[in-house]
Ligand binder design. Sequence first.
Ligand SMILES: Cc1cc2nc3c(=O)[nH]c(=O)nc-3n(C[C@H](O)[C@H](O)[C@H](O)COP(=O)(O)OP(=O)(O)OC[C@H]3O[C@@H](n4cnc5c(N)ncnc54)[C@H](O)[C@@H]3O)c2cc1C
Ligand code: FES
Length: 265
Amino acid sequence: MTPEDSQMLSRVTRRREIAPGLVTLRFLNPKVAHTTVAGQFVNVLPKVGFLDPMLRRPFSVYNIDGDEAEIIIQAHGRGTNILTETREGDMLDVLGPLGNPWNTASGDFKTAVLLIGGVGVASMQLLTRTLVSSDVPVQTFYGARSKTLFALDGLTNLHLSTDDGSEGFHGSNIALLRSQLEEGSIASPKLFVCGPTGMMRAAKALAAEFKIPCELSLETEMACGIGICQGCPVVTDDETFNTTGKRFRLVCMEGPSFAAERIVI
Ligand SMILES: Cc1cc2nc3c(=O)[nH]c(=O)nc-3n(C[C@H](O)[C@H](O)[C@H](O)COP(=O)(O)OP(=O)(O)OC[C@H]3O[C@@H](n4cnc5c(N)ncnc54)[C@H](O)[C@@H]3O)c2cc1C
Ligand code: FES
């Protein structure tokens, strides 16, 4: 694929502010809307027509509806601060869909456990839709700093937790999930995880402890998003290194999600 194949100027049709610094942008882009599979992302220029900032920023496809797609953006640094100020009617320069989908096909689980931290929710609405349409039971453990930061659209069977105790379990979603795994109340689970690095590390350890499959969607820094700049490596495990001679994988091309045991995080 060349950038020309999948780059499109897309008009913003709806902007919604969920909380200060957390917005969704819906935009007209039939290609992204009709071809994205849950887990893929788009790479978006912070400002159309400006050379600074020059590099695109990656965002999971949060929702698709007809010819429109939606992303959810947490203001973090310069690029996302500019993007959260985008208005309805503005144009976005969108490259995508990029990356690989979540692996929902393997038969090694009965219950999909979605483990979400903060804006890691971005790829979970489409994942929920995919799983539910395949009749896979879903349990969602969603943690946020405070209740105002939840984006609950399209999620199901929620177990909420907050750092400040303003909603649901007071503590981490890892602790909440651990208690349910200890009770054995989730039949043959697989973890689908996206959130801050610390949470993903803890999820990987939890999955190893309970010997359950676990897939992590990484939010590594990126530039090109299409395998050219080599700017998004993830260290792979020694076994992979020994058998293939490769120690790194590119998150944009081989991810963003990886089986937890295959990568060092
Ligand atoms: C697959 C994927 C999906 C994601 N999905 C979402 C999502 O749905 N919602 C969300 O809010 N966040 C998402 N993120 C995280 C989001 O992309 C980052 O928060 C965002 O890129 C930060 O950009 P920034 O300009 O605000 O931050 P900054 O820290 O200012 O900039 C980060 C980016 O700028 C570039 N950059 C900045 N400085 C330099 C430099 N000196 N040299 C080279 N490059 C530089 C790099 O491309 C870097 O990735 C996702 C990340 C990935 C990888
Ligand atoms: S972001 Fe350029 S190779 Fe992955």
